[in-house]
Design a protein around this ligand. Structure first.
Ligand code: C2E
Ligand code: CA
Ligand code: CA
Length: 741
């Protein structure tokens, strides 16, 4: 029966570049491919050389030295042999043979043939071997990597061990695993390929650096930066090329014994075989992403996840939130009870936070006592604040730390953003919000707002009230008439949202629309306005058709209905709303629901929508256009918009000249500008609407400029649906200001 140790070694060593053999009670139990090529030529009978090696090992537990190759392969062999403690009464020796690396370029003070009998070192080597043994038997690759990272330093008198892997760019090596004071933080990071590890990769041989001060073969500056003076690095074999590098570093100059180097080569071989056999690489990558105390994502991978979530939001228009949880008084736990207690508390807090997170959220530990919940795919800020509240509530429930019941208070800061933000932006903002929450006391949640201080709180209060108002459909819509100023007849209306907050009083859309945008409520708000406006517009159209009053075309307003133009409906659409994936479906539904003819409907958007070159927005605009829905560019002339945009956006149906231009129309230069806007727009077949007409002079000048459509307080204030109906019934005739002579 095969001994389990033999099976385990076979599992990892079969493809190893070095010869690996196991001799049990004088019988060759196992030889890998490389070994069969050299020492262990016979089947079960062992060669005298091999028998000698095993005898030497049996005497002192360990033997290492140079041997001659009976197969007469050119080159020199270094053999190491250990007695394996694999059970009572067993007589199992493990023999590893490596060809002396010709390119090893040993410094003068290193004699590879020196077989020192140093007892202490041998004991250390034994430790490594027994660790290797243990792990070979359990067969777990990440244990193996851990054991290598942890047991190798004493053997080499080294402070640091790194497992590195080349990065495809060819310029760097990724650090997959690291131990040591300064190097642990290197995990998950990259070092320059010009250093020792890259050199080993390129040369394909072990390299010993006795002193970075004297190093000429590779760039040792990065080693020096970390305070490292000497190193030994060996390739980790893979197929067809070397997989990576196993490297040990010391903070002082010094030699590496050939025995130690041999052990390192063996470890690299075993590692290489394990990589081949298992998903070690995957596990190592995992290790570099995970916080060892809490097993949560560490800072690096937390940021990466946040960036990924933001990138996904760029495509689907969803919000991403980061909820930063900061424990109260954690420092004093550390100072009073020690770091172990602090770590235990953190480890206990982690599952509480994870338990409160939604599916699909990621939880990371960003710093000492700072956790982050990364929430992708949100439609409103409230989902994030609700989450923050439930995390804090969960922490306030007693939970167990090392068998004792504990409660923790914490504060939370929330930052929410769309795909145009970065992880760093959002974390910084959540940090500011957390600081604000801390000032208010334990258990508080704050949401970051670009406008600091009181404005932050007010905007949040607005959003909180607004959420309830949207749910209760408490918003109203008023309509500002748009007239054809040539003939003085109503041709359309612009829908404008109105709202009175129960706690803050009447608010203008200039305040509550941005608040809705920031809180992720704009899609819901826009939908309410849209549905209401569509229903109202259909009622006016019925008046025009003569069907609305139920008396047919011949009576009452019927005479008007035949001559008055259709009342077009225009609704303002926020860029964020347009980015919502369901936008087009909502429009379709509102139109179908109300029975409004799409050709009488249009949206007003600002230039920022066009500037945003996203698939969602582009296909939304194309979809609207295909339905015959008009697309108007609002606030034309301010911000980025310029005459150039007229030619740049083929889907555009009209421009609304911003109020500021109309207000300045008394100035001759402004008149020239507006005149130019009108002629360019007309050349492209676009409608032009002058906004904010307040005086008869402005109206007259607009007419002179060739602008046919206008709206403003002079012509009609925003008014309710009934008043629009009355105006329609009256023939839509512009009452007060006749054309100035
Ligand atoms: P806007 O699209 O430029 O709307 C025109 C604004 O100018 C309205 O202000 C209107 O009342 C005001 N106005 C009209 N004529 C005159 C005038 O002669 N003089 C002056 N000084 N102002 C005039 P309002 O209703 O406060 O809306 C402000 C902005 O809020 C709107 O600017 C629009 O961008 C946004 N908004 C309003 N309702 C909605 C909505 O339902 N959805 C979205 N996304 N945004 C909306
Ligand atoms: Ca508008
Ligand atoms: Ca406007």
């Amino acid at each position: 029966m095969t001994h389990p140790f033999v099976a385990a070694v076979a599992a990892v060593a079969d493809t190893a570049a070095n010869g690996v053999m196991i001799v049990e009670s004088g019988v060759l139990r196992y030889a890998n491919l490389s070994a069969r090529d050299s020492l262990a030529s016979g089947a079960e009978a062992i060669s005298p050389v091999l028998a000698g090696i095993v005898d030497a090992a049996r005497r002192s537990g360990f033997w290492s030295g140079a041997v001659t190759d009976p197969a007469e392969v050119p080159g020199e062999l270094v053999a190491s042999a250990w007695m394996v403690d694999a059970g009572t009464g067993s007589d199992i020796a493990m023999v590893v043979v490596s060809r002396t690396p010709a390119a090893l370029d040993p410094p003068a003070d290193v004699d590879l043939r020196d077989v020192s009998g140093d007892v202490q070192r041998r004991a250390q080597e034994q430790r490594v071997v027994s660790a290797l043994h243990r792990i070979s038997v359990t067969g777990s690759a990440d244990h193996l990597a851990n054991a290598i990272l942890e047991t190798v330093p004493p053997l080499f008198d080294a402070e640091h061990v790194l497992i590195l892997r080349p990065v495809p760019d060819g310029e760097s090596m990724a650090v997959l695993g690291a131990t040591g004071r300064t190097t642990r933080e290197l995990e998950g990071m990259q070092v320059r390929a010009s250093g020792i590890a890259g050199y080993v990769m390129r040369e394909g041989t072990p390299v010993v650096c006795v002193d970075t001060a004297r190093e000429t073969r590779f760039d040792a500056s990065e080693m020096r930066r970390y305070g490292l003076r000497s190193a030994a690095a060996v390739p980790v074999p893979g197929s067809p090329e070397n997989w990576g590098v196993l490297a040990v570093y010391r903070e002082s100059a010094g030699v590496v014994t050939p025995d130690a180097l041999t052990v390192l080569i063996i470890l690299a071989d075993v590692l290489g075989a394990a990589v081949h056999r298992t998903d070690l690489e995957h596990r190592l990558r995992h290790r570099s992403r995970v916080d060892p105390v809490t097993s949560l994502d560490n800072r690096t991978s937390g940021y990466r996840r946040l960036d990924d979530a933001l990138a996904a939001g760029r495509d689907d228009g969803r919000l991403t939130a980061v909820v930063l949880i900061d424990l109260d008084g954690f420092r004093s736990v550390n100072e009073t009870f020690g770091f172990a207690a602090g770590d235990a508390l953190l480890a206990a807090v982690a599952p509480v936070i994870s338990g409160a997170a939604r599916r699909g959220d990621a939880v990371a530990r960003l710093g000492a006592d700072q956790f982050a919940v990364i929430c992708p795919g949100l439609t409103s800020t409230f989902e994030a604040t609700d989450l923050a509240t439930s995390v804090l509530a969960a922490l306030a429930e007693p939970f167990s730390v090392e068998g004792r019941g504990t409660v923790v208070t914490a504060c939370a800061g929330v930052a929410v953003g769309h795909g145009n933000r970065t992880a760093a932006d959002l974390v910084r903002e959540a940090d500011i919000a957390v600081a604000a929450a801390k000032r208010r006391g334990p258990g508080h949640v704050e949401v970051f707002d670009a406008a600091a201080g009181g404005a932050l709180r007010r905007r949040w209060a607005v959003a909180t009230d607004l959420r309830a108002a949207i749910d209760a459909d408490d918003l109203t819509v008023v309509y500002q008439p748009v007239f054809d100023i040539d003939i003085g007849v109503l041709v359309g209306v612009e829908a404008l949202a109105r709202w009175t907050s129960p706690t803050l009083g009447p608010l203008g859309p200039d305040e509550f629309v941005p608040a809705a945008e920031q809180a992720g409520l704009i899609a819901a708000l826009g939908e309410r306005v849209l549905r209401r406006a569509c229903r109202d517009a259909v009622a006016w159209h019925r008046l025009l058709d003569g069907t609305g009053t139920g008396t047919g075309t011949g009576t009452g307003d019927g005479s008007v209905g035949s001559t008055a133009p259709t009342v077009h409906l225009r609704v303002n659409v926020s860029p964020l709303q347009l980015r919502t994936p369901g936008f087009l479906a909502t429009v379709d539904d509102a139109l179908a629901d109300s029975g409004l003819d799409p050709s009488t409907f249009g949206i007003e958007i600002t230039e920022s929508v066009w500037l945003e070159d996203s698939d969602t927005v582009r296909s939304a605009l194309r979809g609207l256009h295909e339905r015959g829905i008009r697309i108007l560019l609002d606030d034309f002339g301010v911000g980025h918009s310029s005459l150039g945009s007229v030619t740049r956006f083929p889907l555009l149906d009209g421009l609304k000249i911003d109020r500021s231009f109309v207000a300045e129309l008394s100035v001759a230069r402004s008149e020239a500008v507006v005149g130019a806007m009108v002629s360019v727009a007309e050349a492209f077949g676009l409608d032009v609407i002058g906004e904010g007409v307040e005086t008869p002079e402005q109206l007259a000048t607009l007419r002179r400029c060739g602008c046919r459509l206008a709206q403003g307080y002079l012509l009609g204030r925003p008014t309710d649906a009934d008043s629009v109906a009355a105006l329609v019934r009256a023939g839509g005739v512009l009452a007060a200001p006749g054309p100035s002579p």
